[in-house]
Design a protein around this ligand. Structure first.
Ligand code: CAA
Length: 288
């Protein structure tokens, strides 16, 4: 049941989350295969990391030599072409259960049978993803927080079949990424979103009911409870479509009406007001 010594991590998905995971993995001295559907997308992911590392050098937080070393450990790859070389896989594709299941079937075929397959999901049950493989004991959830290089936490989720050895290997990888971990059972929303999303949803109800303006609600929570962002600003940062999808998972999975998404949240998503990424959510942003 033991898992191999990890030297090479393959990361599927070179977007914001996958790129952040590649960044901290390379900074943790792992060899990184950064994969996306096309080589161009994987290369773009590596380029974004290069830009971020460049800013850290400008601020004097990193030397040019360290930047070159970190970048030198990241190889962009197309699709799953080199996954047979991996000692540990982290999937960071879109939050879509059918897609994740399809990817895990392919990992199971291509990757060595003794390695751990991890999924960066914020709410899809690990047990269901593990069940499509022939190694459910080696499947685990690693929920990274955005922005990955800044946030200290990785939430680890054990599926029903996840073995102690898989859990231990994953904790060791996170320690080398300089992350603090908490371990959650595989139940609706895990720990962080089980607590965070109802708070955000309640803030949206406060706006919906006219209790205060978006700025009053955010300033109240930011300065009154020492959070770096108010709940509506944080919802915009996460993406309102993602917030709605997670509330729906909580409502469907836990069956309690207290998890009903606020109608205003649904309406914003229907309007295409998805937060920072579209330039408008509960606040207005310059498009990036
Ligand atoms: N990637 C890498 N580094 C980033 C970054 C990014 N995308 N965005 C900001 N940073 C870095 C900056 O470079 C800066 O670094 P230094 O201190 O080394 O200079 C540092 O973060 C602070 O950035 P700024 O000064 O630009 O801005 P700020 O002080 O307002 O902080 C923030 C920005 C870190 C995002 C802060 O507002 C924050 O912590 N917000 C809360 C974020 C949060 O709660 N994330 C979790 C969301 S929930 C989730 O992810 C799970 C889910 O399933 C929904």
């Amino acid at each position: 049941m033991s898992t191999p010594n990890v030297q090479t991590i393959a990361i599927l998905g070179a977007g914001q989350m996958g790129g952040g995971i590649a960044h901290v993995s390379a900074a943790g001295a792992y060899t990184v295969l950064l994969s996306d559907v096309t080589l161009e997308r994987a290369e773009k992911g590596r380029f974004d990391i290069e830009l971020r590392l460049g800013k850290a050098v400008e601020k004097g937080k990193l030397t040019a030599g360290q930047r070159a070393e970190i970048l030198g450990r990241i190889t962009p790859v197309e699709g799953l072409s080199r996954f047979a070389e991996a000692d540990f896989v982290i999937e960071a594709a879109n939050e879509n259960e059918a897609l994740k299941k399809s990817l895990f079937r392919q990992f199971d075929e291509l990757c060595r049978p003794d390695i751990v397959l991890a999924t960066n999901t914020s709410s899809i049950p690990i047990t269901r993803i593990a069940a499509v493989t022939r190694r459910p004991e080696r499947v685990i959830g690693m929920h990274f927080m955005n922005p990955v290089p800044v946030m200290k936490l990785v939430e680890i989720i054990r599926g029903l079949a996840t073995s102690d050895a898989t859990h231990e290997t994953t904790l060791q990888v996170c320690a080398r990424l300089d992350k603090t971990t908490v371990t959650s059972r595989d139940i609706g929303g895990f720990i962080v979103n089980r607590v965070l999303m109802p708070m955000i949803n309640e803030a949206i109800y406060a706006l919906y009911e006219g209790i205060g303006t978006a700025t009053d609600i955010d300033t109240g929570m930011k300065l009154g409870t020492n959070q770096p962002m108010g709940p509506l600003e944080l919802a915009d940062f996460i993406g309102l479509d993602t917030c709605l999808a997670i509330m729906e998972v909580l409502q469907a999975g836990l069956g309690d009406s207290k998890y009903r998404p606020c109608p205003l949240l649904r309406q914003y998503v229907e309007a295409g007001w998805l937060g920072r990424k579209t330039g408008r959510g509960f606040h207005i942003y310059a498009k990036s």
